[in-house]
Ligand binder design. Structure first.
Ligand code: C2O
Ligand code: CU
Ligand code: CU
Length: 552
């Protein structure tokens, strides 16, 4: 066990040789200022096996943050690690400077103070790091937590909402361990952890209970259901309540997706139920299936338990019915969209890596790929011409699925979302309104398979109220602006002859415009400008390209 080999620990005893452990429930925080302390730790997931972890206020994962819609959330993130990080509020409708994307670096030993208005409807959201090429590593080792937003509309419904009693966070992650206890950062694990607990069980009261499911895994897709195919009700997806509970026997959960489900345990005192993932039912194009062309794992293509539920006596004031109706979120009418952008995914890769491209492009930290007019409604169409399904995610918004290969979404997919699984050969149209500006820190859109994300299957966009002139980067046109950060002189080079240069600041205001005499390169002096992030746009006759630049 202590040998320093790369042998993989065979933690396979899914079916009984290991004792079941009580499901860990992350502490719930409700504070004026949330303090999130990210540190390196060691944790024993298995007795006697020390696993180096990263945790937020604890050894593994982080607290559940409880927000009230309309309030101001104030957060202080301390980076106590020896490498950079960022903290992203996945699904939250916040502006780019608050969003915690790769540009919003928190250096080791420093704090990031951020506050934002909680604009999202009641629902289940989450937070995780987003540093350039390090998201998979840091998330694997344990930085992630749940956010629960509450609001008056949801409070008026008779739903379970006593955290840890009838309202349970269920963060599902697969992990692979080396024989020295360390995590393997990779697409698949062979052990399942729920809230960091292997082989978990929970005692739940014999009444209607809510599970807030979150797929916090790197690459694996889960097909969740109950053993024996009993019916449960889905009441909320990524972006809040559905309009009515949807009775289901299965719900697919791709990376980053959430589903709030109700289980009616009324009268079942003393019974025991098993929440399962039915991996044997996944299509071959979906990570987690037994597709033998890809990486392997003991959990691939099989049905395995996620959480054992032991039913106990009901609580004093139980919820005993599944409500007939829930929210009234209206899908955004298609005819309000001012623009359609088609995002075509190509590539032939593995679950853990590969060159998957979006419109032929991969991530470049210094390139803005799209610019969107503030408050515009747009349709983004994902076309998957690659060899596997990709969970596509967009920052800053919730979207609605208009259709999947022309067919309107199933009821469980008809609510507000921020991740959508786009399978091989599928065309998925989504619609959204961009009502927060990026303020100099671009939003990302990317595959939420963290291995693909870190392998550059990600692009970035800005949202400004200065849409005019800020057209997209022209295909094939690119620029290089350096050094960035700079304390003065910035040098730029373009693949085309430039005739105009525009520099905009964090608020999207134009601070420099200059006519340039058909040259492919030049200098710009930022010495007199305040420090911050700027966007340099260069135009030729027909070409446009831009780059973010940082003035120290
Ligand atoms: Cu869950 Cu770009 O993130
Ligand atoms: Cu996100
Ligand atoms: Cu992908």
């Amino acid at each position: 066990m202590h040998a320093r080999s790369l042998t993989i620990l065979a933690f396979l005893p899914l079916f009984g040789t290991f004792a079941q452990l009580p499901l860990a429930i992350p502490p719930a925080l409700e504070q004026d200022t949330f303090l999130l302390d990210v540190q390196e730790h060691t944790h024993q997931f298995y007795p006697g096996v020390n696993t180096p972890t990263l945790g937020v206020n604890g050894e593994y994962l982080g607290p559940t943050l409880i927000f009230q819609r309309g309030d101001t959330a104030r957060l202080r993130v301390h980076n106590g690690m020896s490498q950079i990080t960022t903290m992203h509020w996945h699904g939250m409708h916040v502006s780019g400077d608050q969003d915690g994307g790769p540009q919003r670096v928190i250096d080791p030993g420093t704090d990031w103070n951020v506050k934002y208005n909680v604009a999202n409807p009641a629902g289940t959201y989450w937070y995780h790091p987003h540093p350039h090429m390090l998201t998979g590593t840091q998330a694997t080792r344990g930085i992630a937590g749940m956010i629960i937003v509450r609001d008056d509309e949801e409070n008026s419904l008779d739903l379970p909402r006593t955290y840890g009693v009838d309202d349970i966070p269920v963060v599902i992650q697969d992990r692979r361990f080396l024989s020295n206890g360390a995590f393997v950062v990779g697409p698949y694990g062979d052990s399942l952890l729920v809230n960091g607990t292997p082989h978990p069980y929970i005692d739940l009261p014999a009444q209607v209970v809510r599970l807030r499911l979150l797929n916090g895994s790197n690459s694996r897709v889960y097909r969740i259901g109950l053993q024996g195919d009993s019916t449960f009700h889905m009441i909320a997806g990524d972006g809040g309540l559905l309009n009515a509970p949807v009775p289901l026997q299965r719900i697919d959960l791709s990376n980053g997706e959430r589903a709030d489900i109700l289980l009616d345990l009324t009268g079942l005192d003393g019974d025991s139920l098993l929440l399962m993932s039915f991996g044997s039912e996944l299509a071959q194009s979906v990570p987690g299936s037994d597709n033998i062309l890809w990486e392997t794992s003991a959990l691939n293509g099989i049905d395995f338990p996620v959480l054992r539920i032991r039913v106990q006596a009901p609580t004093p004031a139980p919820v005993t019915n599944v409500p007939a109706t829930l929210g009234n979120a209206l899908p955004i009418p298609e005819n309000t969209a001012v623009r359609t952008r088609v995002k075509t995914i190509t590539g032939n890769g593995m679950v853990g890596m590969g060159m998957f491209l979006i419109n032929g492009l991969s991530f470049d930290l210094n390139l803005i790929n799209d610019s969107v007019q503030l408050n515009a409604t747009e349709i983004w169409t994902f076309v998957n011409n690659s060899n596997m399904a990709h969970p596509m995610h967009i920052h800053g918004v919730s979207f609605f699925v208009l259709d999947r290969n022309g067919i309107p979404p199933a009821p469980e997919e008809a609510g507000a979302k921020d991740v959508v699984l786009v399978n091989t050969g599928e065309t998925v149209r989504t619609i959204m309104r961009f009502d927060h500006p990026t303020n100099g820190y671009p939003y990302m859109y990317h595959c939420h398979n963290l291995m693909h994300e870190d392998h550059m299957m990600m692009l970035q966009f800005i949202v400004t109220d200065q849409g005019q002139g800020l057209t997209d980067r022209t295909k094939g046109a690119s620029i290089h602006a350096f050094p960035s950060p700079t304390s003065g002189t910035l040098r730029y080079q373009a693949t085309f002859a430039i005739n105009e240069l525009v520099l905009t600041d964090q608020l999207g205001r134009v601070v420099v415009t200059r006519q340039v005499a058909n040259t492919k390169e030049g200098f710009l002096d930022l010495g007199s400008m305040p420090s911050g992030v700027y966007v340099l746009s260069l135009r030729g006759s027909g070409e446009v390209a831009r780059s973010t630049v940082v003035r120290e």
